[in-house]
Design a protein. Structure first.
Length: 167
């Protein structure tokens, strides 16, 4: 049998070892005052799926559009460690005024190049089920992608201005 001091030392080591473990985080619901971290737009005022990124420190960042979230997530300049990413399941949420239905963005299926617009124009519709994404494509056009198939080139925030030679 171990001595009390040995048991205390083991307990302290276990506590210290657990300090670096990620705490599970849950998505936060948006309110009428929740603003996009990139442009200050109020999320509740615009259609299409919203997103949020949770970091190992500080408050989560909210995005009025999935394209904005991916533009941050896919850039190598990211300095804070991301511990969770959420988006809304558009198979359940109302596209015009999405509320709730938060899902893990990394397990979602996305539709790009559809006719449905988000807050910033063309967006990536997010779905928990591939069947819902395929039904969305039949109705609104587009192409289905998995999270790890979304590239930085698909999420530029320039609105095509960089390639507009008329300016």
């Amino acid at each position: 049998m171990k001595k009390p001091i040995e048991m205390l030392l083991i307990a302290v080591l276990l506590v210290v070892a657990g300090c670096g473990a990620d705490k599970p985080v849950s998505p936060q619901e948006i309110t009428v005052e929740t603003a996009c971290v990139l442009d200050g737009m109020l999320l509740a005022d615009y259609p299409g799926p919203k997103a949020q990124i949770h970091y190992d420190q500080g408050d989560p960042d909210f995005f009025c559009d999935t394209v904005e979230m991916f533009s941050i997530y896919t850039r190598p300049e990211q300095q804070k460690r991301i511990i969770a990413v959420y988006t809304q399941d558009m198979g359940k949420a109302d596209w015009t005024k999405p509320r709730g239905h938060w899902i893990d963005a990394k397990t979602a299926v996305y539709v790009s190049y559809s006719r449905r617009m988000g807050s910033m124009g063309p967006t990536l519709g997010a779905f928990a089920r591939e069947e819902d994404a395929q039904n969305f494509v039949k109705e609104h056009g587009g192409e289905v992608f998995r999270f790890d198939q979304i590239t930085p080139e698909m999420t530029t925030l320039d609105g095509g201005v960089v390639h507009d030679e008329r300016m």
